[in-house]
Structure formats: C-alpha cells, structure tokens
Ligand binder design. Structure first.
Ligand code: HEC
Length: 136
C-alpha cells in the first residue's frame, strides 16, 4: 500500500466515525427499515410507524431496552393498537444503538431527545430480563 493510499484510508475511516447521524441512518436502513420502512411509516395495522410516533416521546427511556431485548404485548401508537411481537435486534453495539435512536428521534420523534453513550448504558442497565412488556 502506498503512503498516499494509507493516508486516504485513515481519513475515510475518521470521517465515518465522526458522522454518528450517517451511521445511525445506515444502521436504521439495514436493521429496522425492512419492518418499519425507510420513511418510518410501518405497515398498516401490523407494524407501528416510527414517523410522528407519540410512543417515541412518551416511552423515550424504554427505547434502548426495546431494541436490545424486543417488545411484546399490545401497544398503542398514535391511537391505534398493535399486537405483534418485535424480536430483539442483534449484532449492534451500544454506540451503534445510540446512533440509531438519535437518528430516529431527530427524524421522527423529538429532535431535542439525545442519548449519550453513557445515558444509553445506564438505561440498558435497568432493563428487566426478556422482552419489554407493556399492557397498553
Ligand atoms: C422484524 C420486524 C421488526 C424489526 C426488524 C424492527 N421492528 Fe420495531 N417493531 C416491530 C413490531 C411488530 C412492533 C410492535 C410491537 C408490539 O406490538 O408490541 C415494533 C415496535 C417498535 C417501537 C415502538 C412503537 C413505535 O412504533 O413507536 C419502536 C420504537 C421500534 N419498534 C423501533 C425499532 C428500531 C429502532 C428497529 C431497528 C433497530 C426496529 N424497531 C426493528 C417490528 C420490527
């Protein structure tokens, strides 16, 4: 590898790390969009939307546990009931999870909501074992 190529690849790697929003968007598209759709609209009656979802704001602190451990039982999103389990999303680390949730909140929830890696770990430490269960 020439020095120039080596420097270029270091710069590319640095640029990727410094763009949490871009990483969140890419991970959202690979880990969530096949169910919740790229535009966050979900699937009528079966998969709840993330776009303009009131759930994102009212259940803000539960979102890390939902993505890490799954969600079961009926929920209400924007006045509509959903009752299909969401499985735990595997293969994403804590920083990647924070980036996905920050992307989702800035895109569709409350852009003021931000999960720092420290806060995210603290919320994950308080997850109950198994999938999150809400009876709404
Ligand atoms: C295999 C399909 C599937 C995948 C993949 C998936 N979800 Fe879900 N998700 C669901 C279903 C189904 C529900 C409703 C669960 C219920 O009814 O209890 C849900 C519920 C939710 C909710 C709460 C309700 C709402 O719409 O606000 C959030 C937030 C959420 N998912 C975020 C994510 C994120 C972020 C990812 C990617 C990291 C993801 N989901 C990946 C199927 C999926």
């Amino acid at each position: 590898m020439s020095n120039q190529v080596r420097i270029m690849s270091i710069l590319v790697a640095l640029a990727a790390c410094s763009q949490p929003y871009q990483q969140g968007k890419m991970l959202y598209e690979s880990a969530c969009a096949n169910c919740h759709m790229t535009d966050g609209s979900g699937l009528a009656g079966v998969i709840p939307p993330l776009a303009s979802s009131d759930f994102l704001v009212t259940n803000r602190d539960l979102l890390p546990c939902i993505v890490r451990h799954g969600l079961e039982g009926p929920i209400t999103v924007n006045g509509q009931r959903y009752d299909q389990p969401m499985l735990a999303v595997e293969g994403i680390n804590d920083v990647e999870l924070a980036n996905i949730l920050n992307y989702v909140q800035s895109q569709w929830g409350d852009p003021e909501i931000f999960y720092s890696p420290d806060e995210l770990r603290r919320l994950l430490d308080h997850c109950t074992p198994g999938p999150v269960h809400l009876d709404q």
